[in-house]
Design a protein around this ligand. Structure first.
Ligand code: ZN
Length: 298
């Protein structure tokens, strides 16, 4: 099977993860800009981070046969440092319109503060003006209120619901998100309440339409193989294989291909890896023999 993990922070992961993901069928990913565990202190730190998402990390993924797309945005946590947030919002347009950027994200609420709301609103306006998809992060605490507020504000700004992906849903929010017509994504973390088992039950209850599974793997305890593992459990539990395909591949592709940044034909073909390639003179190899796949003749 082929999988699309539309929320994963590969900057925090290793080449072993890329190898394991590719071997498990993960063919494409979206890496949204987020916070790094401690607050950044200068706008330059954001500039370098955004440019690595559209540059080095995209290259690194390609060296293992994984197609890398990203979302660019100011995360909700750091939106609370309002002076710095202003500077970051001013540089965002330089990156959000680059090749490989499929959405504005991940943006939204963390503590649901007025500063978060201002940054969220401004980025929604930007997305609307450029007809972009928006990836919305929802808070861990007060999730339901955060999600309803994110939906309300997006509607007020006039972002069409088919361009809105609400992430980190659970049983208490699924009906709010689906009911408005937005894409409804679920993050599957290992050893937590929102695990694969619960995802199977949600799929049985609500069906596959606009439902998306992702890993949100990052520098914390998380699993870059969440999507293939959840698919396996779904199949074992007797979920229709077509429904499994929708929630672990097609829906994410449909949502983010609206950006016009995804070559769908290329994703359906076998990846062709050439590890002799360099990015600004840098290789992912450390003296190993490069893998060079023969291009498949068409
Ligand atoms: Zn994230």
């Amino acid at each position: 099977m082929r999988f699309f993990d539309p929320h994963i922070h590969m900057t925090s992961r290793t080449t072993d993860d890329y190898v394991a993901m590719a071997a498990s069928g993960v063919r494409a990913i979206v890496e949204p800009a987020f916070w790094l565990g401690q607050p950044r202190t200068t706008v330059g730190a954001f500039v370098d981070y955004f440019s690595s998402l559209v540059g080095w990390e995209r290259f690194r993924a390609s060296q293992f046969g994984v197609a890398h797309f990203c979302a660019i945005g100011l995360n909700s946590k750091e939106a609370n440092d309002e002076g710095l947030a202003r500077e970051v919002l001013d540089v965002l347009p330089r990156f959000a319109l680059k090749e490989g950027v499929v959405a504005v994200g991940e943006i939204g609420y963390d503590e649901i503060t007025p500063a978060e709301e201002r940054a969220y609103q401004e980025q929604l306006e930007f997305a609307k003006a450029h007809d972009m998809v928006v990836m919305v992060h929802s808070p861990h605490r007060d999730k339901k209120r955060g999600i309803i507020r994110s939906l309300d504000v997006a509607q007020e700004v006039g972002v069409p619901m088919h361009k809105l992906v609400i992430d980190h849903n659970n049983e208490e929010t699924v009906e709010d998100t689906l009911g408005r017509g937005a894409w409804c994504a679920f993050t599957i973390y290992p050893h937590t309440k929102m695990g694969s088992e619960r995802m199977v039950e949600l799929l049985e209850k609500y069906g596959p339409e606009r439902m998306i599974v992702d890993s949100s793997a990052d520098w914390g305890v998380s699993d870059p193989l969440s999507v293939p593992k959840t698919a396996k459990l779904m199949l074992e539990r007797g979920i229709d294989p077509e429904h499994v395909r929708l929630v672990t591949w097609q829906n994410a592709l449909d949502a983010y291909a609206q950006s016009g940044q995804i070559d769908v034909e290329a994703l359906l073909a076998e990846p062709v890896v050439d590890q002799t390639k360099l990015f600004s003179d840098n290789s992912v190899l450390r003296g190993q023999t490069p893998r060079v796949d023969a291009a498949v003749p068409n």
